[in-house]
Design a protein around this ligand. Structure first.
Ligand SMILES: Cc1cc2nc3c(=O)[nH]c(=O)nc-3n(C[C@H](O)[C@H](O)[C@H](O)COP(=O)(O)OP(=O)(O)OC[C@H]3O[C@@H](n4cnc5c(N)ncnc54)[C@H](O)[C@@H]3O)c2cc1C
Length: 365
């Protein structure tokens, strides 16, 4: 990595011009993430230098404590610059939020300052409590309460940045079906991560399973529970929540910028480009009005609309790029692959059902 001549300033609002500077750097680096074995280390280091990780952490732990609306405005810009890096940040943030919600001040003091400045990397393995492996009779990650804490056995199927994590916020299920969340240090004996598989897109997020073979987790790593449906407690990241729609709209913005540039030379592209731009703007306006409290919206309906929009906008970009866009390495082809991610990431059943109905061309019953 090049030595920086001067340390960048910390971004203190979503309108800060330093955010534009960071986004330019992330855009320039994003093609490098298509290389085998890539991980956005340099991108995450830049984010740490610009103070991005401070946005999500309270001031008492060295953070800036941004509100949800400001974070989403920044996510919209970051995800247009580099979806993979922004997605990794959301998983890291999901872990920080769950840690911050804990009532254990000592645990927060131990973990949050290093997460706020980027010295440590945390991520989440919670999908098996919400959207993954829910049809299986036996929980995939089981917990047993012991006098000194909990024993964990099984696996968490999807953990972003699994081999890079210092801490994974994992969910597990007790035999009586109550669930708990733990801030699991990956150095504990019996915690294992395997090299992640190649994905259709976002391979550089290095998402893979985390295995736990009779892992003893001391009780002071407990974040929440044991309780029924632990993910419904607290105000942490929600399945299919606003941030998933915002990232979809960020990716769509890349494709729309490309279409805008092409339409300058090709007037026939103007009507579809303008129609997509209007739809994008109205989705953004509705989401931000919801976040600012001036308009109520059902975030699952918004997610369905954002999914539909990002699929159509990225494919419109590819259609405009023609065969050239279909050559591996062209951005429009990558955006199409990345858009497919929104069909499977954190998709609650009603969103999945609505996506399928749209694809089948039928209205929902
Ligand atoms: C790139 C990527 C990154 C991710 N990162 C994270 C992360 O960092 N943290 C996290 O917690 N989660 C993460 N997820 C998980 C994600 O949010 C979803 O939970 C996941 O995509 C659900 O897919 P699944 O195949 O596990 O679903 P499942 O529902 O387990 O489906 C698996 C298979 O089971 C079968 N099946 C499904 N339903 C049924 C049924 N009712 N009856 C019979 N068979 C059925 C199907 O054949 C299906 O292919 C990530 C996912 C991806 C793709």
């Amino acid at each position: 990595m090049n030595e920086r001549s001067s340390r960048p300033g910390r971004i203190i609002s979503p309108d800060d011009e330093q955010l534009g500077e960071l986004c330019e750097k992330l855009t320039a680096l994003s093609p490098s993430l298509d290389k085998p074995g890539a991980w956005p280390q340099q991108q995450l280091q830049l984010c740490a230098q610009y103070g991005v990780f401070e946005w999500f952490v309270g001031r008492e732990y060295g953070g800036q404590d941004w509100d949800a609306s400001a974070i989403m405005r920044a996510y919209l810009k970051l995800s247009a610059a580099c979806l993979t890096t922004t997605f990794v940040i959301t998983q890291r943030t999901g872990a920080c939020q769950r840690i911050a919600l804990s009532e254990d001040t000592e645990l927060k003091r131990r973990l949050l300052p290093d997460l706020a400045c980027g010295r440590q990397f945390a991520t989440v393995g919670i999908s098996h409590l919400t959207t993954s492996r829910r049809h299986e009779a036996r929980p995939v990650l089981r917990a047993e309460e012991v006098p000194t804490g909990f024993m964990l056995d099984g696996f968490s199927p999807w953990v972003t940045g699994v081999t890079f994590a210092d801490v994974v916020v994992v969910g597990a299920t007790l035999q009586d079906h109550r669930q708990l969340l733990l801030a699991l240090p990956t150095t504990l004996p019996g915690v294992m991560s395997v090299e992640s598989a190649d994905l259709v897109g976002l391979t550089a997020s290095r998402t893979g399973p985390l295995r736990c073979e009779n892992v003893h987790v001391p009780g002071d790593f407990l974040l929440a529970g044991p309780v029924a449906e632990v993910m419904k407690t607290g105000a942490g990241a929600k399945t299919g929540g606003v941030q998933t729609s915002i990232l979809a709209l960020g990716l769509a913005a890349s494709a729309l910028d490309y279409l805008d540039a092409e339409a300058l030379k090709r007037p026939e592209l103007e009507p579809p480009t303008m129609a997509l731009r209007r739809e994008w703007q109205s989705l953004c306006d509705e989401l931000f009005a919801h976040l600012d409290g001036s308009h109520d919206c059902d975030y699952q309906i918004m997610r369905t609309r954002a999914n539909s929009h990002v699929l159509r906008a990225t494919q419109a970009g590819l259609a405009a790029a023609k065969g050239t866009g279909y050559v591996a390495g062209h951005s429009t082809g990558r955006w199409c692959r990345e858009a497919l991610f929104f069909l499977v990431w954190s998709c609650p059943q009603p969103v999945l059902a609505a996506n399928l109905c749209e694809l089948a061309g039928i209205s929902e019953s």
